[in-house]
Design a protein around this ligand. Structure first.
Ligand SMILES: C[S@@+](CC[C@H](N)C(=O)[O-])C[C@H]1O[C@@H](n2cnc3c(N)ncnc32)[C@H](O)[C@@H]1O
Length: 121
Protein backbone atom coordinates (compact mmCIF):
# COMPACT_ATOMS: atom_id res chain seq x y z
CA UNK A 1 0.00 0.00 0.00
CA UNK A 2 1.18 3.59 -0.64
CA UNK A 3 1.92 5.98 2.26
CA UNK A 4 -1.12 7.40 4.07
CA UNK A 5 -0.87 10.86 2.50
CA UNK A 6 -0.35 9.54 -1.05
CA UNK A 7 -2.62 11.20 -3.60
CA UNK A 8 -2.63 11.85 -7.35
CA UNK A 9 -4.44 14.90 -8.73
CA UNK A 10 -5.17 14.94 -12.46
CA UNK A 11 -6.32 18.07 -14.27
CA UNK A 12 -7.75 18.89 -17.67
CA UNK A 13 -9.57 21.87 -19.16
CA UNK A 14 -12.01 19.55 -20.96
CA UNK A 15 -14.99 18.15 -19.03
CA UNK A 16 -15.26 15.11 -21.35
CA UNK A 17 -11.67 14.21 -20.49
CA UNK A 18 -12.42 14.58 -16.76
CA UNK A 19 -15.60 12.49 -17.01
CA UNK A 20 -13.75 9.77 -18.89
CA UNK A 21 -10.92 9.78 -16.34
CA UNK A 22 -13.44 9.53 -13.47
CA UNK A 23 -14.98 6.44 -15.08
CA UNK A 24 -11.60 4.70 -14.56
CA UNK A 25 -12.60 2.00 -17.01
CA UNK A 26 -10.24 0.84 -19.73
CA UNK A 27 -10.27 -1.25 -22.88
CA UNK A 28 -8.09 -4.35 -23.20
CA UNK A 29 -5.58 -2.46 -25.37
CA UNK A 30 -5.12 0.17 -22.62
CA UNK A 31 -3.87 -2.48 -20.18
CA UNK A 32 -1.88 -4.52 -22.71
CA UNK A 33 1.50 -3.51 -21.27
CA UNK A 34 0.60 -4.51 -17.69
CA UNK A 35 1.49 -7.91 -16.27
CA UNK A 36 -1.37 -10.35 -15.46
CA UNK A 37 -0.44 -9.85 -11.77
CA UNK A 38 -0.90 -6.07 -12.03
CA UNK A 39 -4.24 -6.47 -13.83
CA UNK A 40 -5.41 -8.91 -11.15
CA UNK A 41 -4.26 -6.60 -8.34
CA UNK A 42 -5.58 -3.26 -9.63
CA UNK A 43 -8.56 -4.00 -11.94
CA UNK A 44 -11.94 -5.72 -11.94
CA UNK A 45 -13.09 -7.24 -15.23
CA UNK A 46 -16.47 -5.81 -16.28
CA UNK A 47 -17.56 -7.47 -19.50
CA UNK A 48 -14.75 -6.69 -21.93
CA UNK A 49 -13.61 -3.65 -19.91
CA UNK A 50 -11.18 -3.27 -17.01
CA UNK A 51 -12.34 -1.09 -14.10
CA UNK A 52 -9.89 0.25 -11.52
CA UNK A 53 -10.52 -1.21 -8.05
CA UNK A 54 -12.14 1.16 -5.56
CA UNK A 55 -9.20 1.25 -3.10
CA UNK A 56 -6.89 2.48 -5.87
CA UNK A 57 -9.50 4.86 -7.32
CA UNK A 58 -9.72 6.62 -3.97
CA UNK A 59 -6.08 7.68 -4.28
CA UNK A 60 -6.75 9.70 -7.41
CA UNK A 61 -8.97 12.72 -8.09
CA UNK A 62 -9.58 14.63 -11.29
CA UNK A 63 -10.34 18.34 -11.47
CA UNK A 64 -11.60 20.54 -14.27
CA UNK A 65 -8.88 23.20 -14.45
CA UNK A 66 -7.22 25.53 -16.91
CA UNK A 67 -3.47 25.56 -16.33
CA UNK A 68 -3.42 29.31 -17.07
CA UNK A 69 -6.22 30.26 -14.69
CA UNK A 70 -4.87 32.11 -11.62
CA UNK A 71 -6.78 29.66 -9.37
CA UNK A 72 -4.68 26.79 -10.75
CA UNK A 73 -1.96 27.46 -8.20
CA UNK A 74 -4.47 26.92 -5.38
CA UNK A 75 -4.07 23.18 -6.04
CA UNK A 76 -0.91 23.45 -3.95
CA UNK A 77 2.53 21.95 -4.45
CA UNK A 78 3.38 18.41 -5.48
CA UNK A 79 6.26 15.98 -5.01
CA UNK A 80 6.09 15.07 -8.70
CA UNK A 81 4.57 16.97 -11.62
CA UNK A 82 3.71 15.22 -14.90
CA UNK A 83 2.34 16.84 -18.04
CA UNK A 84 1.57 14.50 -20.90
CA UNK A 85 1.13 15.89 -24.38
CA UNK A 86 -0.70 19.10 -23.46
CA UNK A 87 1.94 21.45 -24.90
CA UNK A 88 1.12 20.36 -28.47
CA UNK A 89 -1.63 23.00 -28.56
CA UNK A 90 0.58 25.93 -27.59
CA UNK A 91 2.93 28.30 -29.42
CA UNK A 92 6.53 28.70 -28.24
CA UNK A 93 5.78 31.51 -25.78
CA UNK A 94 2.75 29.73 -24.28
CA UNK A 95 4.75 26.49 -23.93
CA UNK A 96 7.34 28.38 -21.91
CA UNK A 97 4.64 29.95 -19.72
CA UNK A 98 3.04 26.51 -19.16
CA UNK A 99 6.45 25.08 -18.22
CA UNK A 100 7.00 27.87 -15.68
CA UNK A 101 3.57 27.32 -14.11
CA UNK A 102 4.15 23.56 -13.85
CA UNK A 103 7.61 24.14 -12.36
CA UNK A 104 6.09 26.48 -9.77
CA UNK A 105 3.87 23.58 -8.59
CA UNK A 106 6.87 21.52 -7.41
CA UNK A 107 7.64 21.18 -3.71
CA UNK A 108 11.28 20.65 -4.55
CA UNK A 109 12.70 22.95 -7.21
CA UNK A 110 15.51 20.55 -8.07
CA UNK A 111 12.94 17.92 -9.13
CA UNK A 112 12.25 17.88 -12.90
CA UNK A 113 8.76 18.23 -14.37
CA UNK A 114 8.06 15.09 -16.43
CA UNK A 115 6.78 15.82 -19.94
CA UNK A 116 5.24 13.49 -22.54
CA UNK A 117 6.90 12.36 -25.76
CA UNK A 118 4.96 14.95 -27.83
CA UNK A 119 5.76 17.88 -25.55
CA UNK A 120 8.51 19.36 -27.67
CA UNK A 121 9.78 22.84 -26.87
C1 LIG B 1 -3.20 15.45 -26.44
S1 LIG B 1 -4.26 15.49 -25.05
C2 LIG B 1 -3.38 14.45 -23.91
C3 LIG B 1 -4.29 13.89 -22.86
C4 LIG B 1 -3.58 13.03 -21.80
N1 LIG B 1 -2.71 13.84 -20.97
C5 LIG B 1 -2.83 11.91 -22.45
O1 LIG B 1 -1.61 11.94 -22.49
O2 LIG B 1 -3.49 10.97 -22.91
C6 LIG B 1 -3.98 17.10 -24.37
C7 LIG B 1 -4.93 17.47 -23.24
O3 LIG B 1 -4.54 18.76 -22.75
C8 LIG B 1 -5.73 19.41 -22.34
N2 LIG B 1 -5.48 20.86 -22.24
C9 LIG B 1 -5.26 21.74 -23.25
N3 LIG B 1 -5.08 22.99 -22.79
C10 LIG B 1 -5.17 22.92 -21.44
C11 LIG B 1 -5.11 23.89 -20.40
N4 LIG B 1 -4.89 25.19 -20.66
N5 LIG B 1 -5.26 23.48 -19.12
C12 LIG B 1 -5.48 22.15 -18.85
N6 LIG B 1 -5.57 21.17 -19.80
C13 LIG B 1 -5.43 21.55 -21.08
C14 LIG B 1 -6.73 19.04 -23.44
O4 LIG B 1 -8.07 19.23 -23.03
C15 LIG B 1 -6.38 17.57 -23.70
O5 LIG B 1 -7.17 16.68 -22.95
Amino acid sequence: MPPENFHITGIDINSDAINKANLATYKERNVRNLTPEMIEKYFMKKGDMYAIKENLKQLVSFKLKNLFDPSFKNLGKFDFVFSRNMLIYFDKETKQKAKEILESMRKNETQDVFFGHADLF
